[in-house]
Design a protein around this ligand. Structure first.
Ligand code: PLP
Length: 443
């Protein structure tokens, strides 16, 4: 084993004589290319250093001319960590709660095999906030989806009485639920699937927003289907919004066939779409749902499953668990992520600023109808899709926006998603729109 020397904080954080503040973007890239796995291709020549305000990131690089100086650039955060930072970067209330509990309350780190007082607080807050009977804490978003998947299967066998090993969970084409093997098995994206087989059996997909296809499948195989496991609005798929009557009709259909409606609200939850949860937009209630991302207030990975008594009730000791799911600090962060959302009225701001953003995007679309094909969104989960032509490339738009001081990223070749923090103000939305217009004009 080679020697490892570590010292300092921030720019002075030094690992074996390499001081982070001295690294150029190219040097960071080289380290990632040689020491890391290549599961992402980050935007080039930019390295985020710290936060200026709830929607502004500061990128820093050493100055070529003066090694003791930095070049700093501001980036308006149009993505907020894929909706994990709905409460805004370094939300003061959540940071204060973390610092207070670490320094004053001497918060311990213990697993779930011994009771700690903060768990009760988290369960009370999360069950009240979701309006669900029971809550089970997890860590990453994909883990909450994975647990809903397992619970749907177990509920299918134990409550619905599906014959052993015959259970089917139905998903939607174009879905994204994360990167576990179960989530990969439900995916229909070739990049996600390539050489990761064999995949989990017992999964079938129907087109999203196609009621007739779902009805036909339920009629054909309903006795074996335990759940329809689906995002209420497809986020990674490019902000795909279903028809207004789709979820009410699906909810009725699920009830008719005794099939669970299992929503993945990891990206759409916590105020993102203008309601606390996207299902509230459609006036339906899932039987079980997974939440993540902003459940940790942008500070810690916190996720959870919330559901009906008889669904979550199939869990037994030893059948599920997670060392850090609901550990004391995560419980405090989870409680304060909810408190902030409520106290700062963030879903309401998402509705107001989302309307402003959508209006502006539609204006850009009417200014450039030969470039922008469609604008989609609910609250502050928005996207614009360009026509499928070679020069109208989402990645080029992301790079153009970066040049203009905006961080946003394409989801598919022609679609760019915009999902800023729910704390964004009127002026920042106008800046975002102005920059987008300039980039669209130039391509
Ligand atoms: C709908 C949905 N589910 C699950 C996940 C996975 O979350 P995580 O990356 O935290 O595991 C994501 C991530 O983008 C998502 O959008």
């Amino acid at each position: 084993m080679s020697k490892v020397n570590i010292s300092g904080y921030g720019d002075d954080l030094t690992i074996n004589d390499v001081r982070l503040g001295d690294l150029s973007p190219e040097e960071h890239e080289k380290i990632e290319l040689t020491k890391g796995g290549q599961n992402y291709s980050p935007l080039e020549n930019v390295v985020v250093s710290h936060v200026k305000d709830t929607s502004t990131l500061i990128c820093r690089k050493p100055s070529h001319n003066d090694v003791s100086n930095y070049i700093e650039e501001e980036l308006l955060d149009g993505l907020c960590c894929y909706s994990a930072v709905n409460q805004g970067q370094l939300n003061q209330t959540i940071v204060d709660a973390v610092v207070h509990h670490l320094t004053e309350e001497k918060i311990p780190t213990v697993p779930r095999s011994i009771r700690h007082k903060y768990m009760s607080g988290f369960l009370l807050a999360a069950s009240a906030f979701t309006g669900m009977d029971r809550v089970v804490p997890k860590v990453a978003g994909v883990e909450s989806w994975e647990l809903t998947f397992k619970l749907c299967r177990r509920w299918g066998y134990e409550v619905k009485k599906i014959p052993n090993n015959k259970c089917i969970v139905v998903g939607a084409k174009g879905n994204f639920h994360g990167r576990s093997m179960a989530a990969t098995s439900m995916s229909d994206d070739p990049d996600t699937l390539n050489n990761f087989g064999p995949f989990l059996p017992g999964i079938e997909l129907v087109p999203f927003n196609d009621y007739d296809a779902l009805q036909a499948l339920f009629e054909e195989k309903g006795e074996y289907i335990s759940a329809f496991s689906v995002e209420p609005i497809q986020g990674e798929g490019g902000v795909i919004i279903p028809d207004d009557d789709y979820w009410p009709k699906v909810s009725e259909l699920c009830k008719k066939h005794n099939i669970l409606l299992a929503f993945d609200e990891v990206q759409t939850g916590f105020g993102r779409t203008g309601e606390n949860f996207a299902h509230q937009l459609y006036d339906v209630k899932p039987d079980i749902m997974g939440c993540g991302k902003a459940a940790g207030g942008g500070i810690l990975p916190v996720s959870f499953v919330a559901g009906r008594d008889d669904v979550v009730g199939v869990l037994t000791p030893g059948s599920e668990g997670s060392t850090f799911g609901g550990y004391p600090l995560a419980s405090v962060v989870g409680i304060y992520a909810i408190k902030t959302l409520i106290d700062e009225n963030l879903s309401c701001n998402a509705k107001i600023r989302g309307a402003q953003l959508m209006e502006g995007l539609n204006q850009i679309k009417s200014n450039f109808p030969n470039k922008i094909k469609e604008v989609r969104g609910k609250g502050l989960l928005t996207a614009f899709e360009m026509h499928d032509e070679k020069h109208l490339d989402g990645h080029k738009v992301s790079l153009g926006l970066l040049d203009q001081g905006v961080y946003a990223k394409e989801t598919h070749r022609t679609t760019v998603r915009l999902a800023p923090a729910l704390t964004i103000n009127e002026n920042q939305v106008n800046v975002l729109l102005d920059r987008i217009e300039q980039v669209i004009k130039g391509i």
